[in-house]
Design a protein around this ligand. Sequence first.
Ligand SMILES: *Cc1c(COP(=O)(O)O)cnc(C)c1O
Length: 339
Amino acid sequence: MEWIDVRSDTVTQPTPAMRTAMADAAVGDDVYGDDPTVVALEAAAAERLGKAAALFVPTGTFGNQLALFTHCERGDEVIVAEDSHIVWHEVGGAAIIAGVNLRPVPVLNGDAVRTRIRPAGDIHLPRTGLVCVENARGAGSVMPLATMREIRDVARAAGIPVHLDGARLFNAATALGVEASELAQYADTVMFCLSKGLAAPVGSILAGPSGFIERARKKRKLMGGGLRQAGVLAAPGLIALDEMSARLGDDHVNAKRLAELLERLPGVVVHRDQLDINMVFFELLDIHQNPDDLVAKLLAQGIKANPPEAGLWRFVTHWQVGAAEVERIASAFGQALLR
Ligand SMILES: *Cc1c(COP(=O)(O)O)cnc(C)c1O
Protein backbone atom coordinates (compact mmCIF):
# COMPACT_ATOMS: atom_id res chain seq x y z
CA MET A 1 0.00 0.00 0.00
CA GLU A 2 1.07 3.60 -0.70
CA TRP A 3 0.87 5.10 2.75
CA ILE A 4 0.03 8.68 3.53
CA ASP A 5 2.09 9.42 6.62
CA VAL A 6 1.24 12.52 8.68
CA ARG A 7 2.94 11.43 11.90
CA SER A 8 5.86 13.80 11.30
CA ASP A 9 8.07 15.35 8.63
CA THR A 10 10.83 13.03 9.90
CA VAL A 11 9.13 10.24 7.89
CA THR A 12 10.03 11.86 4.57
CA GLN A 13 11.83 9.57 2.15
CA PRO A 14 14.79 10.86 0.13
CA THR A 15 13.70 12.17 -3.29
CA PRO A 16 14.76 10.33 -6.48
CA ALA A 17 17.33 13.10 -7.10
CA MET A 18 18.75 12.49 -3.63
CA ARG A 19 19.15 8.76 -4.26
CA THR A 20 21.03 9.46 -7.48
CA ALA A 21 23.24 12.01 -5.73
CA MET A 22 24.00 9.48 -2.97
CA ALA A 23 25.08 6.87 -5.50
CA ASP A 24 27.31 9.35 -7.34
CA ALA A 25 28.76 11.22 -4.34
CA ALA A 26 32.52 11.79 -4.18
CA VAL A 27 33.65 10.62 -0.74
CA GLY A 28 36.68 10.43 1.53
CA ASP A 29 37.44 9.95 5.21
CA ASP A 30 35.82 12.99 6.81
CA VAL A 31 37.72 12.54 10.09
CA TYR A 32 40.82 13.35 7.97
CA GLY A 33 38.84 16.20 6.38
CA ASP A 34 39.01 14.26 3.11
CA ASP A 35 35.34 14.09 2.14
CA PRO A 36 34.74 16.75 -0.54
CA THR A 37 30.95 16.39 -0.38
CA VAL A 38 30.83 16.96 3.39
CA VAL A 39 33.20 19.92 2.99
CA ALA A 40 30.92 21.34 0.28
CA LEU A 41 27.78 20.88 2.40
CA GLU A 42 29.38 22.52 5.44
CA ALA A 43 30.53 25.48 3.33
CA ALA A 44 27.11 25.86 1.67
CA ALA A 45 25.29 25.66 5.00
CA ALA A 46 27.59 28.23 6.65
CA GLU A 47 27.12 30.62 3.75
CA ARG A 48 23.35 30.18 3.70
CA LEU A 49 23.16 31.02 7.40
CA GLY A 50 25.65 33.88 7.28
CA LYS A 51 27.99 32.07 9.67
CA ALA A 52 31.76 31.57 9.36
CA ALA A 53 31.71 27.77 9.61
CA ALA A 54 29.47 24.73 9.93
CA LEU A 55 29.67 21.11 10.97
CA PHE A 56 27.72 18.08 9.72
CA VAL A 57 26.27 16.10 12.64
CA PRO A 58 24.19 12.90 12.72
CA THR A 59 20.99 14.34 14.27
CA GLY A 60 19.38 17.49 15.57
CA THR A 61 19.65 16.21 19.13
CA PHE A 62 23.36 15.64 18.55
CA GLY A 63 23.74 19.19 17.22
CA ASN A 64 21.90 20.79 20.15
CA GLN A 65 23.77 18.74 22.75
CA LEU A 66 27.08 19.48 21.02
CA ALA A 67 26.22 23.19 21.16
CA LEU A 68 25.53 23.02 24.90
CA PHE A 69 28.72 21.00 25.39
CA THR A 70 30.85 23.47 23.40
CA HIS A 71 29.37 26.71 24.76
CA CYS A 72 29.13 25.79 28.43
CA GLU A 73 31.19 24.69 31.40
CA ARG A 74 29.90 22.00 33.73
CA GLY A 75 27.43 23.39 36.23
CA ASP A 76 26.42 26.30 34.02
CA GLU A 77 22.79 27.22 33.73
CA VAL A 78 21.05 27.32 30.34
CA ILE A 79 17.96 29.50 29.94
CA VAL A 80 15.45 27.74 27.71
CA ALA A 81 11.66 27.64 27.13
CA GLU A 82 10.03 24.95 29.24
CA ASP A 83 8.17 23.42 26.29
CA SER A 84 11.31 23.19 24.15
CA HIS A 85 12.81 20.10 22.50
CA ILE A 86 15.95 20.42 24.65
CA VAL A 87 13.84 20.16 27.81
CA TRP A 88 11.35 17.51 26.63
CA HIS A 89 12.78 15.36 23.90
CA GLU A 90 16.53 15.01 24.34
CA VAL A 91 16.45 12.39 27.11
CA GLY A 92 17.84 14.79 29.71
CA GLY A 93 21.12 14.75 27.78
CA ALA A 94 22.09 18.24 28.95
CA ALA A 95 22.83 16.83 32.43
CA ILE A 96 24.88 13.94 31.04
CA ILE A 97 26.91 15.33 28.15
CA ALA A 98 27.48 19.03 28.90
CA GLY A 99 26.73 18.60 32.61
CA VAL A 100 24.63 21.74 32.69
CA ASN A 101 21.43 22.71 34.48
CA LEU A 102 18.46 23.76 32.40
CA ARG A 103 16.60 26.83 33.64
CA PRO A 104 13.22 26.42 31.94
CA VAL A 105 11.00 29.50 31.57
CA PRO A 106 7.27 29.44 30.70
CA VAL A 107 7.52 32.07 27.95
CA LEU A 108 10.88 32.94 26.42
CA ASN A 109 11.39 36.62 25.59
CA GLY A 110 13.77 39.45 26.44
CA ASP A 111 12.29 40.04 29.88
CA ALA A 112 12.31 36.36 30.79
CA VAL A 113 16.02 36.19 29.95
CA ARG A 114 16.84 39.47 31.72
CA THR A 115 15.24 38.30 34.98
CA ARG A 116 16.95 34.86 34.90
CA ILE A 117 20.53 35.86 34.19
CA ARG A 118 22.58 35.14 37.30
CA PRO A 119 24.55 38.13 38.57
CA ALA A 120 28.32 37.61 38.81
CA GLY A 121 30.17 37.91 42.10
CA ASP A 122 27.96 35.87 44.47
CA ILE A 123 29.69 32.56 45.28
CA HIS A 124 26.34 30.80 45.79
CA LEU A 125 25.15 31.24 42.25
CA PRO A 126 25.69 29.14 39.16
CA ARG A 127 26.91 30.89 36.04
CA THR A 128 24.46 31.54 33.23
CA GLY A 129 26.22 29.93 30.28
CA LEU A 130 23.79 30.05 27.38
CA VAL A 131 20.34 31.01 26.16
CA CYS A 132 18.58 28.56 23.80
CA VAL A 133 15.88 29.77 21.44
CA GLU A 134 13.70 27.45 19.32
CA ASN A 135 12.36 28.65 15.94
CA ALA A 136 10.15 27.38 14.41
CA ARG A 137 8.79 26.15 17.72
CA GLY A 138 7.89 22.50 18.09
CA ALA A 139 4.35 23.64 18.91
CA GLY A 140 3.93 24.82 15.31
CA SER A 141 4.24 28.56 15.83
CA VAL A 142 6.99 30.91 14.74
CA MET A 143 8.76 33.33 17.07
CA PRO A 144 8.76 36.87 15.61
CA LEU A 145 12.11 38.35 14.60
CA ALA A 146 11.60 41.19 17.09
CA THR A 147 11.49 38.70 19.99
CA MET A 148 14.63 36.98 18.72
CA ARG A 149 16.39 40.34 18.51
CA GLU A 150 15.27 41.30 22.02
CA ILE A 151 16.60 38.02 23.45
CA ARG A 152 19.89 38.42 21.57
CA ASP A 153 20.29 42.03 22.81
CA VAL A 154 19.67 41.11 26.46
CA ALA A 155 22.02 38.10 26.28
CA ARG A 156 24.73 40.01 24.44
CA ALA A 157 24.65 42.86 26.97
CA ALA A 158 25.40 40.24 29.65
CA GLY A 159 28.09 38.52 27.55
CA ILE A 160 26.03 35.34 27.19
CA PRO A 161 25.86 33.48 23.86
CA VAL A 162 22.60 32.44 22.19
CA HIS A 163 22.02 29.08 20.50
CA LEU A 164 19.15 28.69 18.03
CA ASP A 165 17.49 25.28 17.83
CA GLY A 166 16.33 25.70 14.26
CA ALA A 167 15.38 22.09 13.56
CA ARG A 168 12.74 23.68 11.27
CA LEU A 169 14.67 26.89 10.60
CA PHE A 170 13.73 27.00 6.93
CA ASN A 171 10.05 26.54 7.80
CA ALA A 172 10.34 29.52 10.14
CA ALA A 173 12.10 31.59 7.46
CA THR A 174 9.46 30.64 4.89
CA ALA A 175 6.63 31.54 7.27
CA LEU A 176 8.25 34.91 8.06
CA GLY A 177 9.09 35.55 4.40
CA VAL A 178 12.79 36.12 5.11
CA GLU A 179 16.10 34.39 4.42
CA ALA A 180 17.26 31.87 7.03
CA SER A 181 20.26 34.13 7.68
CA GLU A 182 17.92 36.83 9.01
CA LEU A 183 16.93 34.50 11.84
CA ALA A 184 20.44 33.14 12.25
CA GLN A 185 21.87 36.65 12.81
CA TYR A 186 20.14 36.74 16.22
CA ALA A 187 22.05 33.70 17.46
CA ASP A 188 25.75 32.90 17.86
CA THR A 189 25.20 29.29 16.83
CA VAL A 190 22.43 27.57 14.90
CA MET A 191 21.36 23.95 14.49
CA PHE A 192 19.03 22.93 11.67
CA CYS A 193 17.82 19.53 10.47
CA LEU A 194 18.29 18.30 6.92
CA SER A 195 16.20 15.25 7.79
CA LYS A 196 12.75 16.72 8.47
CA GLY A 197 10.78 18.69 5.88
CA LEU A 198 13.95 19.02 3.81
CA ALA A 199 13.74 15.25 3.25
CA ALA A 200 17.39 14.18 3.53
CA PRO A 201 17.63 10.70 5.03
CA VAL A 202 20.13 11.66 7.76
CA GLY A 203 21.83 14.68 9.22
CA SER A 204 21.80 18.11 10.77
CA ILE A 205 24.08 21.13 10.69
CA LEU A 206 25.61 23.10 13.54
CA ALA A 207 26.86 26.50 12.38
CA GLY A 208 28.69 29.35 14.12
CA PRO A 209 32.01 31.19 14.45
CA SER A 210 35.12 29.33 13.20
CA GLY A 211 36.70 28.98 16.65
CA PHE A 212 33.49 27.52 18.03
CA ILE A 213 33.12 25.05 15.16
CA GLU A 214 36.76 23.99 15.56
CA ARG A 215 36.13 23.16 19.24
CA ALA A 216 32.81 21.50 18.34
CA ARG A 217 34.57 19.33 15.74
CA LYS A 218 36.78 17.86 18.46
CA LYS A 219 33.84 17.32 20.81
CA ARG A 220 31.85 15.74 17.95
CA LYS A 221 34.64 13.14 17.80
CA LEU A 222 34.41 12.64 21.56
CA MET A 223 30.66 12.01 21.21
CA GLY A 224 31.28 9.36 18.57
CA GLY A 225 30.13 11.56 15.70
CA GLY A 226 33.31 11.47 13.60
CA LEU A 227 31.89 9.97 10.43
CA ARG A 228 34.03 8.51 7.66
CA GLN A 229 32.72 8.42 4.04
CA ALA A 230 29.80 10.65 5.01
CA GLY A 231 29.60 12.19 1.53
CA VAL A 232 26.85 9.69 0.72
CA LEU A 233 24.81 11.47 3.42
CA ALA A 234 26.01 14.99 2.68
CA ALA A 235 25.02 14.69 -1.02
CA PRO A 236 21.27 14.51 -0.30
CA GLY A 237 21.90 17.18 2.34
CA LEU A 238 23.05 19.56 -0.40
CA ILE A 239 19.82 18.92 -2.33
CA ALA A 240 17.86 19.43 0.89
CA LEU A 241 19.55 22.79 1.44
CA ASP A 242 19.54 24.04 -2.16
CA GLU A 243 16.25 22.71 -3.52
CA MET A 244 13.96 21.36 -0.84
CA SER A 245 14.22 24.49 1.34
CA ALA A 246 12.62 26.47 -1.51
CA ARG A 247 9.43 24.38 -1.59
CA LEU A 248 8.43 24.43 2.09
CA GLY A 249 5.79 27.06 1.33
CA ASP A 250 3.80 24.30 -0.40
CA ASP A 251 3.77 22.30 2.84
CA HIS A 252 2.50 25.36 4.71
CA VAL A 253 -0.28 25.96 2.17
CA ASN A 254 -1.27 22.29 2.37
CA ALA A 255 -1.31 22.41 6.18
CA LYS A 256 -3.62 25.43 6.11
CA ARG A 257 -5.89 23.70 3.58
CA LEU A 258 -5.97 20.58 5.77
CA ALA A 259 -6.84 22.75 8.77
CA GLU A 260 -9.74 24.31 6.83
CA LEU A 261 -11.09 20.92 5.79
CA LEU A 262 -10.76 19.46 9.29
CA GLU A 263 -12.53 22.49 10.78
CA ARG A 264 -15.60 21.66 8.68
CA LEU A 265 -15.92 18.33 10.49
CA PRO A 266 -18.19 18.22 13.54
CA GLY A 267 -16.37 18.77 16.84
CA VAL A 268 -12.95 19.50 15.36
CA VAL A 269 -11.25 22.56 16.81
CA VAL A 270 -8.03 23.60 15.07
CA HIS A 271 -5.49 25.55 17.09
CA ARG A 272 -5.01 28.40 14.64
CA ASP A 273 -2.27 29.98 16.75
CA GLN A 274 -0.15 26.88 16.03
CA LEU A 275 -0.63 26.91 12.27
CA ASP A 276 2.40 28.90 11.11
CA ILE A 277 4.29 26.05 9.42
CA ASN A 278 3.60 22.49 8.21
CA MET A 279 1.78 21.21 11.28
CA VAL A 280 -1.93 21.15 12.07
CA PHE A 281 -2.82 20.87 15.77
CA PHE A 282 -6.43 20.17 16.68
CA GLU A 283 -8.66 18.72 19.35
CA LEU A 284 -11.99 16.94 19.34
CA LEU A 285 -14.90 18.25 21.41
CA ASP A 286 -16.58 14.81 21.52
CA ILE A 287 -14.86 13.12 24.46
CA HIS A 288 -16.51 9.79 23.57
CA GLN A 289 -14.37 9.41 20.47
CA ASN A 290 -11.69 6.84 21.26
CA PRO A 291 -8.39 8.15 19.82
CA ASP A 292 -6.94 4.68 19.29
CA ASP A 293 -10.05 3.66 17.31
CA LEU A 294 -9.71 6.75 15.15
CA VAL A 295 -6.03 6.00 14.52
CA ALA A 296 -6.94 2.40 13.55
CA LYS A 297 -9.67 3.59 11.17
CA LEU A 298 -7.25 5.97 9.49
CA LEU A 299 -4.68 3.20 9.18
CA ALA A 300 -7.30 0.99 7.50
CA GLN A 301 -7.62 3.76 4.91
CA GLY A 302 -3.87 3.89 4.37
CA ILE A 303 -3.17 6.88 6.60
CA LYS A 304 -0.60 6.75 9.37
CA ALA A 305 -1.28 9.22 12.17
CA ASN A 306 -0.13 9.47 15.76
CA PRO A 307 -2.70 9.38 18.57
CA PRO A 308 -3.18 12.74 20.32
CA GLU A 309 -0.80 13.88 23.07
CA ALA A 310 -2.63 15.35 26.05
CA GLY A 311 -5.76 15.58 23.89
CA LEU A 312 -3.99 17.38 21.07
CA TRP A 313 -3.76 15.81 17.61
CA ARG A 314 -0.97 16.76 15.22
CA PHE A 315 -0.96 16.13 11.47
CA VAL A 316 2.21 17.11 9.59
CA THR A 317 2.48 17.88 5.86
CA HIS A 318 5.63 17.34 3.79
CA TRP A 319 6.68 16.66 0.18
CA GLN A 320 4.87 13.31 0.19
CA VAL A 321 1.64 14.78 1.55
CA GLY A 322 0.45 17.10 -1.21
CA ALA A 323 -2.86 18.76 -2.07
CA ALA A 324 -4.53 15.49 -3.18
CA GLU A 325 -3.40 13.64 -0.03
CA VAL A 326 -4.76 16.46 2.14
CA GLU A 327 -8.24 15.97 0.64
CA ARG A 328 -8.01 12.23 1.28
CA ILE A 329 -6.91 12.70 4.89
CA ALA A 330 -9.76 15.08 5.67
CA SER A 331 -12.37 12.83 4.10
CA ALA A 332 -10.98 9.73 5.82
CA PHE A 333 -10.99 11.53 9.17
CA GLY A 334 -14.57 12.68 8.56
CA GLN A 335 -15.64 9.07 7.92
CA ALA A 336 -13.72 7.81 10.94
CA LEU A 337 -15.57 10.31 13.15
CA LEU A 338 -18.98 9.11 11.88
CA ARG A 339 -18.62 5.44 12.60
C1 LIG B 1 13.32 17.23 15.64
C2 LIG B 1 13.82 18.31 16.51
C3 LIG B 1 15.09 18.26 17.08
C4 LIG B 1 16.04 17.07 17.00
O1 LIG B 1 16.11 16.40 15.87
P1 LIG B 1 16.52 14.83 15.76
O2 LIG B 1 17.21 14.80 14.47
O3 LIG B 1 15.22 14.10 15.79
O4 LIG B 1 17.40 14.47 16.90
C5 LIG B 1 15.50 19.34 17.84
N1 LIG B 1 14.70 20.40 18.05
C6 LIG B 1 13.46 20.49 17.54
C7 LIG B 1 12.64 21.70 17.79
C8 LIG B 1 12.97 19.44 16.76
O5 LIG B 1 11.73 19.52 16.26
